[in-house]
Design a binder for this molecule. Structure first.
Ligand SMILES: C[S@@+](CC[C@H](N)C(=O)[O-])C[C@H]1O[C@@H](n2cnc3c(N)ncnc32)[C@H](O)[C@@H]1O
Length: 344
């Protein structure tokens, strides 16, 4: 008999393809991190891991020193980049061509994870701007993109504080893993500031119940302002998971040897859990969603795929797709948690 672990692996849909940072980012990170002693990186990483477990908003910047920023870039940036890449690819599929972004503004962008992901998804960007309060994070971000091609290589990394962002806008505004560091009022203001500066707004948070709650608040604010959702929800009704569950997804990230060393892990990968919402401004027409969103690992058995779907009618629940469903079954066999599937 095969070990239970293998049986489970065969039955359960994987998180999606393993992701690694693009070569340019990986080599730039390796070069930047080589200058920091491993012991210092490991200590700073342990302190950051503990701080990010704390759900209280940050009264003062969490990242302050160059070593803390290097630790963030080593252990968090590949994961936030992987989540952003997954989200932005999804957004690209739903955006009408007329709203394809040429410019990106990343608020609270730190070392630039979202900028890298956006440049991978939209290869012909014209401008990329990353704003953050922490100069050492911006300095590392500048260093990382120095050899990158196109708009990413010319990206501006400028110092700015939430609530006092420059007025300049962009087609796409990203707010990734920032809300948790702000008070409730600051979070609301940040979503409003993002809407005031862009036509497409993407908010990503850790895939925890807290992160989901912040994403739900952002979703409510976007909808109340007349924006249309691009994802992950296939509807604009109340989230059917409220009170019983939380909506989150995962991206599997390859762990570098450095990552394993400083974080003390042995696995060659980790699953970055994230919650997200993306929306477009009222003047952008988006087609009605006609597919469900896969909310869990699909369970794949011989001739059957069992899924939990969020549906365009605002409901969420179990869906069993058998071989008799033909094309839908073939599609269901290949979907992973977070993907979409046409309805029966
Ligand atoms: C967890 S990091 C996320 C960085 C990046 N967006 C990513 O996804 O990897 C949070 C970032 O938000 C920035 N931030 C937090 N509060 C801020 C504020 N009040 N004004 C500007 N930036 C802020 C921090 O300096 C930090 O770089």
């Amino acid at each position: 008999m095969p070990p239970a672990r293998l049986v489970r692996a065969a039955r359960v849909g994987i998180v999606g393809a393993m992701t690694t940072p693009p070569d340019g980012l990986r080599s730039a990170l390796d070069a930047a991190l080589a200058a920091v002693p491993s012991r210092e990186l490991a200590d700073a990483t342990a302190a950051l891991v503990a701080r990010y477990r704390d759900v209280r908003p940050a009264g003062s910047p969490i990242l302050t020193t160059a070593t803390q920023v290097a630790a963030y870039a080593a252990y968090r940036m590949p994961a936030t980049h992987a989540a952003l890449r997954r989200v932005l690819r999804d957004v690209a599929q739903h955006l009408p061509e007329t709203a394809t972004p040429r410019s990106v503004l990343d608020l609270g962008g730190g070392t630039g994870a979202a900028a890298w992901a956006a440049a991978e998804v939209w290869g012909d960007l014209e401008s990329v701007t990353v704003l953050d309060q922490v100069e050492p994070a911006l300095a590392l971000g500048r260093r990382l993109v120095a050899g990158a091609p196109g708009a990413l290589g010319r990206a501006r990394f400028d110092r700015a504080l939430a609530g006092a962002w420059p007025a300049d806008g962009a087609d796409l505004v990203t707010v990734s893993y920032v809300l948790s560091e702000l008070t409730g009022i600051q979070q609301e203001r940040l979503v409003d500031d993002a809407m005031a500066r862009g036509r497409v707004v993407v908010v990503v948070e850790p895939g925890t119940p807290d992160g989901y709650r912040r994403v739900l608040d952002a979703r409510g604010r976007l909808l109340a302002s007349g924006w249309s959702l691009l994802g992950p929800c296939p509807h604009e009704a109340r989230c059917p998971l409220v009170g019983s569950d939380w909506c989150h997804f995962a991206a599997r990230v390859n762990r570098s040897a450095e990552h394993r060393r400083i974080k003390g892990g042995t696995l060659s990968y980790e699953d970055e859990k994230f919650s997200w919402v993306a929306a477009v401004a009222p003047d952008v027409a988006v087609p009605q969603q006609d597919r469900g969103r896969v909310l869990r690992h699909p369970l794949k058995r011989k001739g059957l795929v069992e899924l939990t779907l969020c549906r365009p009618d605002g409901s969420a629940g179990r869906d069993v797709v058998s071989k008799r469903a033909g094309e839908r079954y073939r599609l269901a066999r290949d979907v992973a948690w977070g993907d979409e599937l046409p309805l029966a």
